[in-house]
Design a protein around this ligand. Sequence first.
Ligand SMILES: *Cc1c(COP(=O)(O)O)cnc(C)c1O
Length: 385
Amino acid sequence: MRQTLLPYGRQSLTDEDVRAVVDVLRSDWITTGPQVEAFELAFAETVQARHAVSFSSGTAALHAAAFAAGLGPGDEAVTTPLTFCATANAVLYQGATPVFADVSPDTLTLDAVAVESRVGPATKAILPVDYAGHAADLDALLALAARRKLIVIEDACHALGGRDRGRPIGSISHMTAFSFHPVKHVTTGEGGMVTTGDPALAERLRLFRNHGIDRSARERQGGQLWQYDMRVLGYNYRLSDIGCALGRTQLARLPDNLRRRREIAARYDAGLRGLPGLRLPMVRPGVEHAWHLYPIRCDRTVTSAGRDEILRALRAEGIGANVHYAPVHLHSYYRERFGYRPGHCPIAEDVSANEISLPLFPGMTDSDVEDVLSAVTKVFGYWSA
Ligand SMILES: *Cc1c(COP(=O)(O)O)cnc(C)c1O
C-alpha cells in the first residue's frame, strides 16, 4: 500500500516554467504586456482558431462567452448537469436561465436529442461540455444550432489538445472556453481562454474582460494622452503577463503532456478491461480523447457496495480518486431557486451516483499507475465476488 495519497490531478512545472515567470517579474510589464498577446497567438495556433482571448479564469472565460453570445434576462441556454457548476453559473451571471438536458450514457456528454426537446422560443445558446476530455456531439449540436439560430459555447475546460473528426477542439464551435487551473492540461495558476472564428465575438470578448473599455493601457501610452471610453459593462477579467509567460512554456509541452495522459489511459484500459463490477470510459469513433479524467463507473448490478464505500476503500489504499460531478441542478442553490428534484436528468444523476475518477496527470510514474491498478483490482474484487 502507498505511504502517500496519490492525487487525482496535479500540475507539472519545470525549471523552464520558473525561469519564464522570473523573467517577467524582472521586466517592465508584469500585467497586460507583451506576454498576453504572445500567449494568445500561440494558443490560437495550437487549436487552429482565428482568435484567442485570455481571461483570469475558466469561469471568467465562460461568463465572457455568455456575454458575447448576447445572453440576457428572459433568455435560456441549454446545458449539461454533469459538469462543474461554473458552466451553468455563467448563464446566471448574465441574468439568463440555464436549462438542463440529459447526457448520453456512453460518452457522458450532452445528448443532442435531449437538447432538442429542451429548446424553446426563449433558447439562445447551447453549452456542451467535453466531459473528461471527450468531445461532445458537436456536429449534431451545431446542426441543431444552425436550424434554430442558436450559439454554441463549448466548455472545453477538460479537452485542450483533443480532436473531433480531425478538427482540434477550439476550432469547431462558435466559441470555446478553456481553463488553466492547475489540474487542467496547461496551467497559469488561475486563467482561461475563449477561442472563436468570429472577429465580432472576439471584439466583444476583449471589451468584456477590461471593464467594457475599448483601449488597453499600452495603446493609450502610444497614442492618446489619457482618454478612454467605457462602452459596455465589463469586468476586470484580465490574465497577467506573469500567468501568460507560464502559459507559453506550459503550452509548448502540451504534446508531451497529452502523450503521457494517453499512455496512462491505455494502461488503465488494458489493466481493468473485463474486471467485474466496473465500466470503463468509451471513446466514440472519430474522437481523439484529451484524457483530463479517466472516469470509471460502478456497476451496481454486480457490486455489493455503493460508490462512496468503494471510493473510501480506494482512499484507504492511498489512491486519491474523486467524483465528477454532483449534478448541477441538484445543488441546493439550483433546487431552491428553480425547484429541481431528482429525476429531471436521470442518466446524469445515475452517472453521478456511480462515477469514480482515477488519478490521471502527466507526472504520474509507471509505479503510480500500477498502484492504481492493484488498488482498483483489489477493491472491486472484494465487492464484486
Ligand atoms: C475547471 C472547469 C471550469 C472552471 O474553470 P476555472 O479556471 O476553475 O474557473 C469550468 N468548467 C469545467 C468543466 C471545468 O472543468
